[in-house]
Design a protein. Sequence first.
Length: 597
Amino acid sequence: MTDQKNQKFPASHSTANPELKITARVHDSALKRVTRMFAGIGDICTEMLQNARRAGATRVSVSLVPSSDEGVYFVRITDDGTGIQDPAVLLSFGENGWSDDLVHREDAAGMGFLSLARRISSLSSRVRARDGSVNSGWRVNLRPDHFLGKAEATVYPDDSAPYPHGTSVVFQASVADGGEYPGAVRNAVQAAALHYPLPVFFKDEVTPSEPELMHRKAFLDGAVHAEPWKGLVFGIFRNPRRFGLGLEDVNFHGLTVAVRLPGVESVDGVNWKAAADIYSCPDLELVLPARREVVETPFLQKLRETGRLAIYRAMAGQDDPRPAYTDWEQARDAGIHINPAPAELRPWRPAIADIDDWREMPGLKEIGMDALIMDYDPEPPEAQAIWRAAKKGGFSKRIFEADSRLEGYRWYDRIPRITGARFEVTGKGRTYSLEDYPVPESRGPYEAPLPERPDAICIGLTVRADTMPGRNPGLALFLATDLAFAGEAWSSVDRSLPLVTAGSDITTQKLAELLRAAFFAPSDDIDADSRDRQESCFEQEAGHMATRLLESDEEAMRKSIADVVAEELFWLIPRDRGVDISVRGRKVTVELREPAC
């Protein structure tokens, strides 16, 4: 570490007096801003509970007391701690009456009472006598002017101060001015008490309601692994719900702070997260006065690094932790042995155009010696065509999803990768690339002409196998198939331009399903129809196009008319009677049959 006392800086060209000396001071303008240092009732509850704990209290009581003014009531927070010896510390910026040891352990700044600076409040206290006798109590009434240094506060004797010792704080709350409803205060008390080490009792005399003991829960409850480190305890959680991104992961005696301790995701999707419970860690610095943020220091970086190692030790205790290679390597370098991820991957599934159509991911499967990794991201039409070709060729089970987290494991690095695909279409006596195959200009799914059906389609997959000793780094795998899409990805169904070989056994229903998977992407534009309506129209168009291509225009027309009747008119037709509809030009004739016997 650099010795700041003897640190030398570049020579200055200033002409200032070299004998001038400066020292730290607090300007009066800072005093005028003390009312802005805390936000609201949540801060007040937190600070009063922290003060009670430091004063050696065994319990804290919070009461809501009605007043004669409509919409106004009082909040009373009482503890049975040692009491406050010197009332002057209440208005002393940064001064406190805590012991030197406590100040060192907790970085107690003596600013918590400033959370009341915007309120009309009163504080009474009685100091615990060492000889067992009972001391007299005192009370002081405070307004914002007292905190701002604009007025002097008078301390009075008070026989009603907590007996035999303790401190009671009363402050005003307003429904009208601050929207501070009793329920909101109760929620603030519950939040402050949840991970607080002392019991907290709440009583609402405004509503009123029965007294209740606030719910408490150990901050590290549910951890699968725990270990102490420099005045705190790390807890490691497996798939936690309450330690998400940006949420509080460190507990300071009931005050929770977001410190961004590390998390680790294993290959099978399990999330491991570190949290910490502080009991005596002066090296962890929190931003004063409210302690809602953490100060970025070298110690904090070390804290995060140690938290990650604690996660690795928790994973090492599992039989099948499946770590990413980087985590496995870092753990190994730190002397922590974690079982490596086994040779399992998720089977590859083709992308679909509808990104909102959630599909459950396939589970991890053991790879074989002939496994391939899909190491590029084909657009949905291309992916659907490749998937159909792989299934027809009988090797779709060999293709697995790429997972960059496994890069480094030898078994993963040796698997050949599919890095691209090229479609060739044979028709009209020659072979074309898919991009060059002659197709008519699209005029909609209900209008002719459609692309001419080719004689053959071949997909050439580029396979990179340079990670395997003795293998050609550039290989090609050829698949004979019966389907390709000549249209652009992310276009409408009328621009899909499906190419189906003349000898294909594909059905109209299957082709319509593939068109939907490859091209249906609903619009969320404000002028668009509902998703269901868009999907219904797409499926009608896809079915019509598939029927025209595989059967005939007349059959496609017949089916489309039948679909429209089924969707639009069924609700009009009586269930017990048939209907004959005849259309001649613009004349529509409807005949209702007699009810069935």
